[in-house]
Design a binder for this molecule. Structure first.
Ligand code: PLP
Length: 353
């Protein structure tokens, strides 16, 4: 792939690694390319990071035509840099594009874009365990008209943010509120696509939970409010009587790459994993009986996030004594060892830059 590179005249200073936080700082450059119907993608370029200019009628500003991905470049313990299952993100982005009538990108081109960009910004990949260079590719509709139709013009961009460890203060289980009013999406909707609109629709519930002292909500399905779907912007898993249960991908659930990796890892470790419908009734029953041993969210940002408390109406349940469970900890240890290149990767998940 032919990428025009214009380097910045004012390189930034990399902030101290313990002050990075998430998504606050950005690297020196950004990747941009444009799309036009009939012409395809063109003008692939890396330019200095900065504001962009849009026509006030740009589709994304009115009709929400936007999709994105989130993946990390990890500093291996031997000093190298690697990605984790990047082809999974690339394919998912193209699935999201298909759902939102946005143009797809050739898989190999996208991999070239990611590797070229990460190589150029390598000095921004932090070195401490748990830190990473967070990569955010996104595509948005960019027609300069208010007409409602599938877009004819789009823009793809890639920006990157050196980010700190999610668990600077250790892995502390979080409190989660079961949301029985708002829903994230419905089957037939956009739940399986990683699109900005899903996030816009779900922040209200998150805010309400935060006001009550909970860090996220547990989403139920949008039709019956009966089946468990996700936790915040993460997939969710439960360990009941030794068996791991996770909601099956019905179409309203985002097919997480961490979810997929957890399932594959758990099976390798000898656990039984069930992907199926999992109802609130069944969850409450397991809480009452005490057979719910562990619960955790999983996603790229946190890897795994143990759930220590669950609130439903005015009832609050404690899970696993409010401490991280054995399987949750094991998943965290095994996955992060592969991601940060501390251990062999028997799955072939890592992609060295
Ligand atoms: C991105 C995302 C996830 C997690 O996906 P990963 O590929 O594991 O990072 C889960 N749920 C939602 C809604 C998401 O947007």
């Amino acid at each position: 792939m032919d990428i025009q590179i214009t380097k910045t005249a004012a390189p930034k200073v990399m902030p101290p690694e313990n002050e990075l936080g998430f998504g606050k700082y950005f690297t020196d450059h950004m990747f941009v390319m444009d799309y036009e119907e009939g012409k395809g993608w063109y003008d692939a370029r890396i330019i200095p990071f900065g504001n962009i200019s849009l026509h006030p009628a740009s589709t994304v500003l009115h009709y929400g035509a936007e999709i994105f991905e989130g993946l990390k470049a990890y500093r291996r313990i031997d000093g190298g840099v690697q990605l984790f299952r990047p082809m999974e993100n690339i394919r998912r982005m193209n699935n999201s594009a298909e759902r939102m009538s946005l143009p797809a990108i050739d898989e190999q081109d996208m991999l070239d874009i990611l590797t070229t960009f990460v190589k150029l910004e390598e000095r921004f990949v932090p070195k401490s365990f748990g830190t990473s260079l967070y990569l955010r590719p996104f595509t948005f509709g960019n027609d300069e008209t208010l007409g409602v139709h599938a877009v004819k013009r789009a823009t793809f961009m890639l920006i990157a943010s050196p980010s700190g460890s999610y668990y600077k203060e250790g892995i502390n289980p979080v409190g989660i509120m079961i949301e029985s009013e708002d829903v994230r999406t419905v089957r037939g909707g956009t739940g399986y696509a990683k699109c900005g609109g899903n996030y816009a629709a779900s922040t209200r519930a998150g805010e309400r939970a935060a006001k009550k002292g909970y860090s996220q909500v547990l989403w139920l399905d949008g039709v019956e409010r009966k089946y468990i779907e996700e936790v915040g912007a993460m997939n969710v898993m439960f360990k009941i009587d030794g068996v791991v249960v996770t909601p099956m991908l019905t179409g309203s659930i985002l097919p997480g790459i961490t979810r997929k990796s957890c399932i594959e890892m758990l099976k390798k470790l000898g656990y039984e994993v069930q992907e199926r419908l999992f109802s609130m009734e069944e969850l409450l029953e397991s809480l009452e009986k005490g057979s719910l041993e562990e619960a955790w969210g999983c996603g790229t940002a946190a890897v795994v996030s143990p759930i220590g408390k669950l609130a439903y109406g005015d009832k609050e349940y404690v899970i696993g004594g409010g401490k991280i469970g054995e399987v949750t900890q094991r998943l965290y240890d095994e996955l992060t060892a592969i991601q940060w290149g501390k251990a062999e990767d028997p799955f072939g998940w890592t992609y060295k830059i």
